[in-house]
Write a protein that binds this ligand. Structure first.
Ligand SMILES: NC(=O)C1=CN([C@@H]2O[C@H](COP(=O)(O)OP(=O)(O)OC[C@H]3O[C@@H](n4cnc5c(N)ncnc54)[C@H](O)[C@@H]3O)[C@@H](O)[C@H]2O)C=CC1
Ligand SMILES: O=C(O)[C@@H]1CCC=N1
Length: 264
């Protein structure tokens, strides 16, 4: 089995890291290419996988090929590797907006395409990847790719239409969560806590709260109510967050995210 990555940047690194950490594949079974030598050096040093400047070599030698360049480079990379791609290979794409129909047209031959939307917590095995498959992909092949992706965390098979929503609710979401953690830490620093300690408290509060949702099955509103003592401190904070429009800000931000992804 050879898993190849064309483009060794942030997302490929996170995926490779997660796959290695969880023992899904050894480093010897992964290869990555990049147009910049410095990225290859960093990838080889950090993960010990084989690297090359030659995208076509990666395309030709991989059983599963991940296209992990930015969406604006998809067209030129597909044009470059088109002849090296085989019908028995699985092509995994991770770019927003690049539909299976668009990808199939670019390859201009029958190819097995699995469209995914991962997120960077893959690096620590706590990502979630939305996955949908083209019509030439068998159930077994989809299951196998989901198994590989399980090294990055959870996987969810979704319709292609919903993949645009996955971008906003998980692909891009770590950025909003990091902003929230940063803001909470700023709040704690403003009240005298050392910054490093503030990040620890804020990050653990987010981690623990997320775990409670996933593990108790309770409604987020119920869990929120459990924290809000009558006449207490939390409801004061909740009152101000509502006044400042937290929910609306998040919803509007996500709408902008989906819209952008659809038009990429
Ligand atoms: N960063 C994230 O959180 C997520 C990113 N994605 C998607 O993953 C893909 C990669 O994104 P990032 O890793 O963030 O970008 P990045 O910029 O960190 O990595 C892309 C790499 O591709 C290289 N590259 C550019 N043109 C190339 C070419 N012609 N041949 C070979 N390598 C080339 C660049 O030098 C760079 O190292 C994008 O399509 C993005 O939309 C999806 C989900 C989350
Ligand atoms: O910002 C972006 O376009 C990519 C897609 C999802 C996360 N990062």
């Amino acid at each position: 089995m050879k898993l190849g990555f064309i483009g060794c940047g942030n997302m490929a690194g996170a995926m490779i890291g997660g796959i290695l950490k969880n023992g899904i594949l050894p480093a010897e079974e992964m290869i990555g290419s990049n147009s910049k030598e410095s990225s290859l050096k960093r990838t080889a040093q950090e993960y010990g996988i084989q690297t090359t400047l030659d995208n076509r070599a990666v395309a030709g030698s991989s059983d599963i090929l991940v296209l992990s360049v930015k969406p604006q480079y998809y067209a030129e990379v597909i044009e470059e590797i088109r002849q090296d791609v085989r019908e028995d290979q699985l092509i995994v794409t991770i770019a927003p907006g690049k539909t299976i129909e668009w990808l199939t047209e670019r390859f201009a031959k029958p190819v097995k395409i699995i469209r995914c939307m991962p997120n960077t917590p893959a690096l620590v095995g706590e990502g979630i990847t939305g996955v949908c498959a083209g019509s030439l992909v068998s159930r077994e092949e989809l299951d196998y790719v989901c198994h590989i992706l399980s090294g990055c965390g959870r996987t969810e098979v979704v319709s292609e239409k919903l993949l645009d929503v996955v971008v906003s609710v998980s692909g891009s979401a770590p950025a909003y969560v990091f902003m929230f953690i940063e803001a909470m830490a700023d709040g704690a620093v403003a009240d005298g806590m050392p910054r490093a300690q503030a990040y620890k408290f804020a990050a653990q509060a987010v981690l623990g709260s997320a775990k409670m949702i996933l593990e108790t099955g309770k409604h987020p509103g119920e869990l929120k109510d459990m924290v809000c003592s009558p006449g207490g401190t939390t409801i004061e904070a909740v009152r101000v967050l509502e006044e400042k429009g937290l929910r609306s800000a998040v919803i509007e931000a996500m709408k902008a995210c989906v819209e952008k992804g659809r038009n990429m």
